[in-house]
Design a protein around this ligand. Structure first.
Ligand SMILES: *Cc1c(COP(=O)(O)O)cnc(C)c1O
Length: 338
């Protein structure tokens, strides 16, 4: 038995999902004739209360398209120093859109509206023009933390007052919705564009969707094509997405419960300095200074338990659809022996 907690992207499609994929009605999506893709896009647009949505092969491409739609070259994005678009998208913001990032020194990937106000550049011509605020919910590098929705509303007001667009990287928005008992439409009301992943907690093999109103989204198809993201009979993948929306959202509470239980167990170990607060399916913890990190990770790997190092002394575990009750029992009993 291999217990892989490196990420919630390691899941493999279940039998039910594979069956849904096999039965998909498909067509050539370049001609916009794949009805299953169209259905997935319509469904997500409606879910978030927007008029348009577009299917993407990756969350990175969806975010990069959103940035291109919301900015012009030379302008600046305001985001947290932990932001995925800044850290883990290969410098795409500058490569693809010719923009820079003004980083906010937030807490677990989150900040407040006053910090946004401070980050907006003055009007003077020699400054880069601030044009987009970007946040992540849940935060990835921030350990699955969820934003306070009232703060999001305050930031939206700052965006409106300063003609800034507002993008949500909602790769794990499903985890936030389930934990905070929120609904997609309230997010649709606050953001110009929202990217969501189907390939993380929802268990699809691939797929992300960018959601927004047509006035902003009208060029999304062209930009996706420029990025090489045009696809053909991709309804087989969209069918996995539809299946996931029907079957795999509510069950995220189970991943969250298991993550909290793992955290409680880790806290009892005197090898561990700190376990960050666990709100969703991500567990981030630090070892005491005298414990060798590499050895700790290797020791677990020798027991077929895989976790990941995030650098600067932080280790990460992520619970997911393929992390079963049996694995959970084995992990908990193994932690007790560390
Ligand atoms: C995973 C992730 C993405 C997109 O990742 P892809 O691997 O390109 O699908 C974007 N933002 C966040 C916060 C993520 O965790």
């Amino acid at each position: 038995m291999i217990i892989d907690l490196r990420s919630d992207t390691v899941t493999k499609p279940t039998k039910g999902m594979l069956e849904a994929m096999m039965e998909a009605k498909v067509g050539d999506d370049v001609f916009r004739e794949d009805n299953t893709v169209n259905e997935l896009e319509n469904r997500l647009a409606e879910m978030f209360g927007k008029s348009d949505a577009l299917f993407f092969p990756s969350g990175t491409m969806a975010n990069q398209t959103a940035i291109k739609l919301n900015t012009n070259p030379g302008e600046q994005i305001i985001c947290d120093k932990y932001a995925h678009i800044y850290n883990y998208e290969s410098g795409g913001v500058s490569f693809n859109s010719g923009v820079s990032c003004k980083l906010i020194d937030g807490n677990r990937g989150m900040f407040n509206h006053e910090q946004v106000i401070d980050a907006i550049n003055p009007e003077a011509y020699y400054y880069s023009k601030s044009s987009l605020v970007e946040i992540e919910n849940t935060t990835n590098k921030g350990g699955g933390a969820c934003w306070d929705f009232d703060e999001i509303k305050k930031i939206k007001k700052v965006c409106d007052d300063n003609q800034l667009r507002f993008h949500l990287d909602g790769a794990r928005i499903w985890n936030a919705l389930v934990t905070k008992n929120e609904c997609p439409k309230q997010y649709g009301e606050q953001f110009d564009t929202i990217s969501v992943c189907l390939s993380k907690g929802l268990g699809c093999p691939i797929g992300s969707v960018l959601i927004g109103n047509l006035d902003i989204m009208k060029d999304a198809l062209r930009i996706r094509k420029i990025f090489g993201g045009n696809m053909r009979q991709v309804g087989y993948l969209a069918a996995a997405g539809l299946y996931a929306l029907d079957n795999n959202i509510e069950r995220l509470v189970d991943d969250h419960k298991k993550a909290k239980e793992i955290g409680e167990e880790l806290k009892r170990l005197n090898k561990i300095k700190i376990v960050e607060e666990i709100e969703t399916n991500i567990i981030v913890f630090e070892l005491n200074n005298d414990v060798n990190e590499q050895q700790f990770v290797q020791n677990l790997a020798d027991k077929n338990i895989y976790i990941i190092s995030m650098g600067s002394g932080k280790l990460r575990m992520v619970t997911h659809l393929d992390y079963t009750n049996t694995m959970h029992e084995k992990l908990i009993s193994t932690i007790k022996t560390l």
